[in-house]
Design a protein around this ligand. Structure first.
Ligand SMILES: NC(=O)c1ccc[n+]([C@@H]2O[C@H](COP(=O)([O-])OP(=O)(O)OC[C@H]3O[C@@H](n4cnc5c(N)ncnc54)[C@H](O)[C@@H]3O)[C@@H](O)[C@H]2O)c1
Length: 397
């Protein structure tokens, strides 16, 4: 590290996640008592973007169009990667080779082979790595993890996870998200990746077998775009070109899973589930109780305590905004002064700084090895959908 009381960060990419991470790094040392200061050193953008404007707007000290120079700069301690999935492995491996800590967006990579190489390189170089499965850092989800660990719902039997969105109708052009070479998969890598990680995190269980997978692409062609960097999903993107290109990823992937603790689970990811805008959630049923979470109502965790007298059993809707009781909240606002999506990134930024300083994170934070396990489950589901038979996780390396 350039100086022990600070971490100089380089951000590789300046799209949707470029903004959420810039906000997270900008807020973290204001709201949290961080063990080291987060310094927003350099932001990288593509030649057709304007990283100098991005830097001026979000508070980065420097900007660049040359990611290799940024990653290799002796001034940089932590490389934070927010590029499309095919562009995770190159900067991550370069940063690891330069001995830097690396934080990378999810899924860890576009392909399982790249994910494995990244995890192996990080292990060999003994550098610290982090993957932005940020939904672990929603206070309600972190609380669910703690409650399961405390035994509040007993032995887990059912896991139901879904991540449904509805932004991807025919009017949306051929963003990098619809091109297998650039993304690896569609709704699967975008959405199932999150709920696989979240349910592994909350239940503490590992998936051992996948069956019944279905992958479907409803919209097979979309209008082409001018470049991979041009496609944010928030802006209602339109293409001015008439020419169509082929969609090479799924729009939806469903699958069933068995866990090593005896539980069974179902997973659904979809981008055209009309009326569901960011419905990322789970229901987990155990022998003593159940938990329910829905990101569209993200400040709440629902808890059914089956150890209470039968006459008063029922779902309790817990508002997870009480500082001191609910994870992360003491750093933000008083009770019920609601938290949002952006807070999860500052919460993760804090935990990254904690780990870099040798402290424990608030709740476990996935490293490359951990995210590689999620990628193996993703791969098994795609093999299952293609070959139409159950896949044992031990057969997926
Ligand atoms: N954690 C979450 O909630 C979440 C949400 C959305 C996206 N993501 C992940 O974040 C990553 C980026 O997604 P996004 O929505 O920000 O995408 P985006 O298209 O909005 O931005 C991607 C940025 O990457 C850079 N880039 C594009 N092509 C590049 C190339 N060839 N070489 C180097 N840089 C390039 C550009 O700066 C571009 O702006 C993906 O891996 C995605 O899966 C995570």
């Amino acid at each position: 590290m350039a100086q022990k009381d600070r971490v100089n960060i380089a951000l590789i990419g300046q799209g949707f996640m470029g903004r959420t991470h810039s906000n997270g790094w900008g807020q973290v040392s204001r709201f949290f008592k961080t063990p080291v200061k987060a310094v927003m050193h350099t932001v990288f953008g593509m030649p057709n973007e304007d990283p100098a404007a991005m830097a001026a707007r979000w508070g980065w000290q420097n900007s660049s169009n040359d990611w290799q120079a940024v990653v290799n700069s002796p001034e940089i301690d932590l490389v934070d990667i927010v590029t499309p999935n095919f562009m995770h492995a190159p900067p991550a491996k370069a940063a690891i080779a330069a001995g830097k800590a690396v934080a990378c967006e999810k899924p860890i990579a576009g392909t399982l082979a790249e994910a494995r190489e990244m995890a192996e390189a990080a292990k060999k170089a003994k550098v610290k790595t982090f993957v932005w499965y940020n939904y672990r850092r929603v206070p309600a989800v972190a609380l669910a993890h703690r409650l399961v660990k405390q035994g509040a719902i007993g032995e887990i039997r059912h896991v139901r996870a879904k991540y449904l969105q509805d932004w991807a109708d025919e009017s949306v052009p051929l963003l990098w998200r619809f091109d297998k070479k650039l993304s690896g998969s569609g709704a699967h890598g975008d959405l199932n990746a999150h709920i696989i990680d979240m349910t592994r995190f909350v239940t503490g269980g590992e998936i051992t077998e996948i069956s019944g997978a279905i992958a479907e692409t409803f919209i097979k062609e979309r209008k082409i775009m001018s470049g991979v960097a041009a496609g944010g999903i928030a802006a209602g993107m339109k293409s001015d070109k008439a020419e169509m290109g082929k969609v090479t990823v799924d729009d939806t992937v469903l699958f069933l899973a068995k866990f090593n603790n005896g539980a069974v689970g179902s997973y659904e990811a979809a981008r055209q589930a009309t009326g569901n805008q960011n419905r990322n959630g789970f229901e987990i049923n155990g022998s003593k109780g159940s938990l329910k979470f829905d990101f569209e109502d993200m400040n709440y965790l629902e808890f059914y305590d089956a150890t209470r007298p039968r006459e008063v059993q029922g779902w309790t809707k817990i508002m997870c905004t009480h500082g001191g009781s609910h994870p992360y909240v003491e750093n933000w606002w008083p009770d019920a002064h609601i938290l949002g999506y952006e807070h999860t990134f500052a919460n993760q930024a804090f935990d990254i700084l904690q780990v870099l300083a040798g402290n424990e994170p608030t709740v476990p934070i996935p490293d490359f090895q951990d995210a590689y396990q999620t990628q193996r489950v993703m791969e098994a589901a795609l093999i299952c959908a293609k070959e139409k038979h159950a896949i044992k996780m031990s057969d997926v390396k």
